[in-house]
Design a binder for this molecule. Sequence first.
Ligand code: ASP
Length: 313
Amino acid sequence: MRDLLSISDLGADGIEEVLRLTDSFVEVSERRIPKVPTLRGKTVVSLFYEDSTRTRLSFESAAKRLSADTMNFSVSTSSVNKGESLRDTVLTIEAMGVDAIVVRHASAGVPWQVAQWVGAAVVNAGDGWHEHPTQALLDCYTIRERLLERGGSGSFDGLVVAIVGDVKHSRVARSDILALTALGAEVTLVAPPTLLPPGIGSWPVVVSHDLDAVLPKVDVVMLLRMQVERQDEALLPSMREYTATYGLTRDRARLLGGEALVMHPGPMNRGVEIAADVADDPRSTIVRQVANGVAVRMAVLFLLLGSGSEAHG
Ligand code: ASP
C-alpha cells in the first residue's frame, strides 16, 4: 500500500490486517516506555487546513511512538496566508525530505491530488464531507476489542450498528459505513430527512427516522456531531427539537441493551446529540476510541513506511 486515501483502498482483508497490526501497537502503547525504533530516520508531516484536536495529536503521538521525526504545518502561521497555493505548499514540504504527509482539508479529494504531486506516502486525515479512513479503522478496532473482551469471536457478521445524526455532512459516517459493511456488519442510519445525503437509496444501509424503535435492536450506536460549520441553510427547526427526537438522552439510553456500545468520534456536543451522563456511561467507548486511535495510526504509518522493519521493535 502506498497511500491511505479511502477505506476502499483496503477492502476487508486490508482492514483486518490493520486491526491485527494494531494489537501489537496497543501492546507497545501500554509499555512503561511506549516507544519503538521502527520508523527511526523517517519524517512524518501533518498538513492540516482544517481544525483538529484528536486526529492531529493522535498522528503526532503515533509517529513519535514509532521514533519518526515529526513536522507540523499550521495554516494560520504559514505562507498560505501570503497566498501560496496548495501545490506549492506541498512541493515545498516535499523538498525538505518527508516520507509521509498526513492531510486534512475542507475540500473533498484534496488528499488524492496531493498524492499525485508527491512521492511521499499520503494519509487522508479527513477531506470535507467525504472520508476519514483512520477514524473508521479506530472505530472498528474499538468495537472488535469490546467484542473480544466479552469472550466473543470478534466477528462483525450480523452486528447491528446504528449511525445517528448529521450523516449528510459526516466523513466519519461515510468511512464507517464502508468499513463496517465490508466486515459484515448491518448499518442503520437514523436521521431527519434533511440530514441525509441525496442518493442515500444506493448506499448499503437501512434508513430510519425512529430512533426509539431502532435502539433496542442495536449492538452499537454511534452518534455524530451536528456539523453546524458545514450547514449553510436551516436544516432543522431547532437544536432543542433535534435533541428531543434524535438525541441520545438519558431516557432514550434506557432503550439500549445492557451490552450495547455507545460511540462518538468527537468532538462531542454534550446535551445536543448525546446527554452528558450517557457519554460517561460504562457502555460508552468514547475515551477508548481516542486511545485506540494512536495505536491504529501507528499501524497505518508502519504499513506505509515500515517495510522491512519489525512492528514490535
Ligand atoms: N473529528 C471528526 C472529523 O474530523 C468528527 C467531527 O468533527 O465531528 O470529521
